[in-house]
Write a protein that binds this ligand. Structure first.
Ligand SMILES: CC(C)(COP(=O)(O)OP(=O)(O)OC[C@H]1O[C@@H](n2cnc3c(N)ncnc32)[C@H](O)[C@@H]1OP(=O)(O)O)[C@@H](O)C(=O)NCCC(=O)NCCS
Length: 156
């Protein structure tokens, strides 16, 4: 029913168009233009950009993994998002599992940051085996603490 695959350069604009509808990204002042730039740069750098399709509906979710984005040593989930009309049907879980697999196949731990106010995403990550191991107050937005979540490489 769902299919996760690499995102293509040609679909960046259409993903950018819906992702800025997510309240989280509005809070971080993301615009269509900045989202496009961000994904284009990620692709150029060779980061992993995953897209999830549901049936014939293309790219209803994405996940962006920087292979050594955490401390130059571990993989980092830079961003994950699901189209506002397609939430709560397993797309985010599937993307997260595929993103993790990229990290674990390379023998790397997986890290991510989640906003203190984003309790829904915190619960989502905890249910997937992540735990909070730190916090960075005012790291991105002055009034928001970024919580550091960690899932170790399973062999350890
Ligand atoms: C966080 C986010 C990626 C989760 O994506 P999602 O597709 O809604 O996630 P899922 O559907 O896999 O899981 C969400 C819930 O749906 C339920 N669910 C999972 N699979 C399901 C299925 N096949 N059918 C119905 N419900 C399902 C789960 O019970 C889950 O509930 P839980 O939260 O109690 O575990 C999404 O809410 C999102 O894009 N949020 C805005 C951006 C954001 O906060 N990103 C994280 C930044 S750090």
């Amino acid at each position: 029913m769902y299919n996760v695959r690499p995102m293509q350069a040609e679909e960046i604009a259409s993903v950018a168009r819906w992702m800025i509808l997510l309240p989280l990204l509005q809070r971080y002042h993301m615009t269509e233009a900045s989202a496009c730039r961000m994904f284009e740069q990620a692709m150029t750098r060779g980061d992993h950009l995953l897209a999830a399709d549901e049936g014939d509906s293309l790219a209803r979710g994405f996940a962006w993994v920087m292979p050594q984005g955490a401390f130059g040593r571990s993989a980092y989930l830079r961003l994950i998002g699901v189209h506002p009309d397609y939430g709560n049907r397993g797309i985010g879980s599937l993307l997260l599992q595929e993103a993790e697999q990229l990290a674990f196949d390379a023998g790397r731990d997986f890290f991510l940051l989640v906003s203190d106010f984003n309790t829904g995403a915190q619960d989502f990550y905890r249910r997937h085996g992540y735990r909070q191991i730190g916090a960075i107050p005012g790291y991105v937005l002055p009034d928001v603490t970024e919580l550091i979540f960690w899932k170790p490489y399973p062999a350890r």
